[in-house]
Write a protein that binds this ligand. Structure first.
Ligand SMILES: [Zn+2]
Length: 462
């Protein structure tokens, strides 16, 4: 039994059902869970460890609902810098086909390090290629060294070019093997209990890279074990055309036919969805991983996030893979979500001088998407807010810094409106991952060196 007392935060943002923000707040943590939340004066005075956050803002850890860690090795690849999704994929698939198990391990640590330093405490990753003996195990085991909660998605591609799919045949797998490996991974690593550090998700890559049969069978397997389902959906107009031509329906209708709707399903992107499709998401409980930077980077479009929230859709935040972002800064992503929602409101044709101007996404809404929203999308009731009984996952930022000068009348909004900063403390289950702005679980300079070596090898001309 160990205890941690966190005291004197300038503002503690609970994200509880009343969205309480407590001035001079703190937490009392026993083992890896929160026992008390409130004013510092109401908390116990003694603990095994005490963290004084005078001058800091304290928030629930941010939760990333969509990423491809391995892509940190292929940031800013020249031929993929200015391409749309399908051309971007065609450029990168042959490079990714050279990935080795050690590349998966290195890139996992790099992406998680970057996330942790931006206030993230739980991340979902979508790994869908396994060349040269790579396995999801490589990611899960490497992730444990960093110390963030990980929802590892067993992705897959089975529809190669010779069968009318987009990826080259060299990076697709046999469907029987995919299902067998999925079952092995669930049985080996999935923890359904509160406080879980590792969960497994089944995640065929996208409608244009797997067969409908694999989607159906993955759903049956996932429901047999009670694990979640995830895929990319309605990301671009190209995908809509592909689905119309190949399946005779829009992407969301195709998912409905495959039995891929429900509270155990979440989709990355959902940029191109109409009102009926949003209603279907809300009625069935499907979640959305909103990835604003990636959508802008690949010119995919602007997801109708405020409409989704109004319709009652669960929305979380994702940085997406580092070849389409090209960073893993989750606090920055919250800022992008707020900004691009405002751009969408403007493009909707409404005049802002109008008295009936469209509502704008607020900074607090953006933070809510990144915390409670993401937790709901991942199906986790034990994270996403700072409340008794929840996991002790939080991050804290020193407010006395250049970026916030002149903004301290509203530190919560400053976190999103002002230039994105790094976390000074990131704590997962009561354990420090970032302390005084430094990652404490990984030797960062050595990791960066290894990572750059691996990236150069991947990009060498064959
Ligand atoms: Zn993605």
């Amino acid at each position: 039994m160990s205890t941690l007392l966190v005291i004197n935060a300038s503002v503690l943002v609970t994200m509880d059902d009343h969205r309480r923000e407590i001035t001079g707040g703190g937490l009392f943590i026993r083992d890896s869970f929160i026992e008390q939340v409130g004013l510092t004066s109401d908390l116990p005075e003694q603990a095994d460890d005490i963290l004084d956050l005078t001058g800091y803002i304290l928030l629930p850890g941010l939760i990333n609902t969509h990423h491809h860690f391995y892509q940190t090795l292929t940031r800013v690849v020249p031929d993929a810098q200015d391409a749309n999704l399908f051309n971007w994929l065609k450029t990168l698939y042959p490079i990714w086909a050279r990935l080795r198990p050690e590349d998966i391990r290195i890139s996992t640590k790099t992406a998680l390090a970057e996330l942790a330093l931006s206030g993230c405490t739980t991340a979902s990753d979508h790994l869908y290629l396994f060349p040269n003996g790579s396995r999801l195990d490589d990611e899960i085991l490497a992730g444990r060294e960093v110390g963030l909660r990980l929802h590892a998605s067993r992705g897959s591609m089975s529809l190669g070019q010779s069968k009318g799919g987009l990826p080259p045949d060299s990076v697709v797998e046999d469907e029987d093997y995919i299902l067998k490996d999925s079952q092995r991974l669930i049985e080996t690593y999935h923890d359904p209990n509160p406080g879980a550090m590792t969960q497994v998700v089944l995640a065929p890559c996208s409608p244009f890279s797997v067969t409908g049969d694999l989607m159906r069978q993955s759903a049956v397997l996932a429901r047999e074990y009670g694990v979640c389902l995830h895929t990319h959906l309605a990301e671009t107009e190209d995908e809509e055309v592909f689905c119309q031509e190949k399946f005779g329906s829009r992407p969301v209708a195709y998912m409905d036919v495959l039995n891929w709707v429900g509270s155990d399903v979440w989709f990355a992107h959902s940029v191109h969805v109409n009102q009926d499709e949003m209603r279907l998401y809300a009625q069935t409980g499907c979640g959305v991983a909103h990835c604003p930077t990636s959508n802008m980077r690949l010119a995919s479009g602007i997801a109708p996030i405020l409409d989704m929230l109004n319709a009652g859709v669960k929305v979380g935040l994702g940085v997406d893979g580092s070849a389409s972002n090209d960073g893993s800064h989750l606090l920055e992503e919250a800022r992008q979500a707020m900004m691009v929602a405002r751009l969408r409101a403007a493009l909707g044709g409404a005049s802002f001088s109008d008295e009936e101007a469209p509502p704008l996404m607020t900074a607090r809404q953006a933070l809510e998407i990144a915390t409670r929203g993401s937790a709901a999308v991942l199906g986790r009731a034990d994270i996403g807010s700072l409340e008794p009984g929840k996991c002790a996952d939080f991050f804290a930022v020193n407010l006395k810094r250049l970026a916030y000068a002149g903004a301290l009348h509203d530190p919560v909004a400053a976190l999103v409106f002002c230039a994105p900063v790094g976390a000074d403390y990131t704590v997962v289950g009561g354990g420090f991952v970032v302390k005084e702005g430094q990652l404490v679980t990984v030797n960062l300079p050595r990791l960066v060196e290894e990572h750059n070596r691996a990236a150069s090898r991947l990009l060498e001309k064959v």
